[in-house]
Ligand binder design. Structure first.
Ligand code: LMR
Length: 394
């Protein structure tokens, strides 16, 4: 039967990660996959997570199953973190999932079951796994403009123009913060305008929030998600703990689905539970438990917030350093947007050929669309990278 299989297009982020690993050059620089790295190039276990892990090692007495939708403590802790009091809790249904990707997948299956004719609207560009999973699940999709190729800022008028075609019941996928891959984000006023438009259309917001705390801080980064939760009868939220808790390999994510009433929420909850059972039965528990412990223990939470804030401020500093170095090297302000963007990524606006030259000539790895991981920079590599970028851009 396997002869019938067709070649699958590799995910471009994973493909690049493999190429980086097999490059023997000592001076190689990884600005590819979105994994946080400190100045030494390491991805450390966060202090609070390590401390929780030690406590858990002592306290855990069984590895028996938890529940199909995961642990209730995790649901509450994540709802507190992401939604706060923006919506009545009895309208929110939950499912813990293997990572944020698992949450996206379950939400798409939920949409397919509930509203098979809905079109899912994605920003152009978006995280490449969004269209890949949407295609695989087999739901209809459309794209809306997002980025101005000249200024590298959000092309808000074009975005609103495209979203004017959204039909009642369509689902609009928005990045909660730290847009991946562009680093360009909606202002609070623009979130309000998007909410007005989608409300007028009768659309359902679907928020993918994978970088809370990496942009403008934990509270500011949840602004858009909470606004939608407050204003809409139905909202779909996929949250990831991979980045802000650094628990990548533990696969820790959650679906939070807001229904119009507490009664309707029971049906949604039942469907989420069934979808987990059908796809993988029980979600992983270890990462979710660590996250819950960190969020609910005062000392651990304080430690985590301090470290997360250090990560955020560090990335802002690296953004500024790169923008300054590029100013110097190119004698222009055209890369100033790098300092204004937020989150782990920006796209430089280089051609695939220029990106390829950076890899071949300088061992600098970024995604072919010129997305680079800010956390891959450090004080030593910033001048080298800026010089190489200016060279290929000449
Ligand atoms: C990324 O965009 O690099 C990260 O979200 C990692 C991934 O799974 O693609």
């Amino acid at each position: 039967m396997f002869e019938k299989l067709t070649e699958q297009a590799p995910d471009k982020i994973m493909l690049l990660a493999g190429m980086y690993r097999s490059d023997p050059r000592d001076n190689k620089i990884d600005l590819g996959v979105g994994v946080y790295k400190n100045a030494k190039g390491e991805t450390p276990i966060m202090r609070a997570v390590k401390a929780a892990e030690r406590q858990l090692w002592d306290a855990e007495t069984t590895k028996s199953y938890v529940a199909l939708i995961g642990d209730g403590g995790f649901h509450t802790a994540m709802a507190d973190l992401v939604l706060d009091d923006s919506v009545a809790r009895d309208r929110v249904s939950f499912a813990a999932t293997p990572g944020g990707t698992g949450a996206i997948r379950q939400i798409l299956e939920l949409i397919k079951a509930a509203s098979p004719d809905a079109t899912i609207w994605m920003s152009n560009p978006t995280w490449p796994n969004h269209p890949a999973i949407i295609n695989y699940v087999g739901v209809k999709f459309a794209t809306y403009s997002y980025i101005d190729p000249e200024t590298r800022n959000v092309s808000f008028d074009a975005m609103m123009g495209d979203l004017a075609a959204v039909k009642a019941g369509d689902v609009v996928l928005l990045h909660g913060c730290c847009h991946n891959p562009t680093g360009a984000n909606l202002t609070e006023a623009q979130w309000g305008e998007v909410a007005d438009l989608l409300q007028a259309k009768g659309a359902v917001p679907f928020i993918d929030i994978a970088y809370q705390g990496f942009g403008d801080g934990l509270e500011a980064d949840s602004f858009g998600t909470r606004l939608m939760a407050k204003r809409f009868p139905e909202v779909l939220i996929a949250a990831s703990c991979s980045k802000n808790f650094g628990v990548y390999r533990e696969r820790t994510g959650i679906v939070m689905a807001i229904s119009s009433t507490a009664k309707a929420s029971k049906m949604t909850q039942g469907m989420l539970s069934s979808l987990n059972r059908l796809n993988f039965s029980f979600p992983p528990d270890h990462g979710a438990r660590l996250v819950t412990m960190v969020l609910t223990d005062d000392a651990l939470r304080k430690e985590w917030q301090t470290e997360l804030e250090d990560v955020r401020i560090g990335m802002l500093g690296l953004r500024q350093q790169l923008a300054d170095a590029l100013r110097l090297e190119t004698n222009s302000d055209r890369f100033d947007f790098v300092a204004q963007h937020r989150g782990m990524f920006s796209r430089l606006g280089l051609s695939p050929e220029q990106v390829e030259r950076l890899r071949v000539d300088n061992a600098i790895y970024m995604i072919g669309d010129s997305r680079f991981n800010v956390a891959g920079l450090n004080a030593q590599t910033v001048p080298i990278i800026a010089k190489a970028i200016a060279e290929v851009d000449r």
